[in-house]
Design a protein around this ligand. Sequence first.
Ligand code: G6P
Length: 279
Amino acid sequence: MTEAITLVTGFAHLTDLPCISLRHGNATAVISLYGAQLLSYQPSAGREVLWLSPQASWHNGTAIRGGVPICWPWFGPATKAFNPDNIVVPNHGLVRNRLWQLVSKQVSNNGVSVNLQLELNDLPHYSGTARLLLSVTLNDSLSLSLSCHSQIAQQAALHSYFKVGTIDSAVVRPLPSVYQDKVSNSLVNDAEVALKISTEVDRIYPQSASQLRLDSALGALGINQAGHDATVVWNPWQVKSSKMTDMPAEGYQQFVCVETARLTTNANALSVSQQLKPL
Ligand SMILES: O=P(O)(O)OC[C@H]1O[C@H](O)[C@H](O)[C@@H](O)[C@@H]1O
């Protein structure tokens, strides 16, 4: 059988992690129920698209470093709109360290898909229950779609860590010329639409295109986005990488994050997706 969905325990060095394994023809994917985090996507045997830190951990409430973490309902530190009482809350929202539920699955010749759900009734800015759904489909591409129908303030990011072989081989394009630079805390206007990374990069590109591509020593990848209002590109570079306990000192050489994000704080329902396809 070439199409399959299997519950498995463990992925890579995370040997006790509850996961779902997907197969469609020669393509495979692994999703952790902890964080609903895609950890592996291999469009063909041996071609891994995602980077997972060899020092990633999922114990003691830690978010897994690598794959595609889900940031929700806020991105970065929580602002007052999300944390009115200024309580201690984690970076990037509340769902990276929760156990999600597998609610449905489908296997056909056209692809395999699973739906994972998380209900939250402890949002600091909303007293009701919010239901978050992640749909994952594997066929000749890998699609992730995150949605929440509640009319509440909610930001989101599909915070993908892409494996690049060596960082100096990576090029992300096309990117808008104007971006918010979180390293220098300034708005930058740069005519270069193809980004090569040779220093710390932490940039928010508003109104980014729906079709991006990442070229690297490992090949070319199409990154299609929808429902977003920005793309975030991040690489911590040497100094920050060496200070992170869940990343090897040279870890920054091996990945770039290209994150499909919705950063508006308007109270709207949310649906944001990212599709990965080798080119
Ligand atoms: O360490 P984390 O909470 O996973 O955040 C990792 C990074 O995520 C995003 O890319 C942000 O733009 C960065 O500012 C942040 O450092």
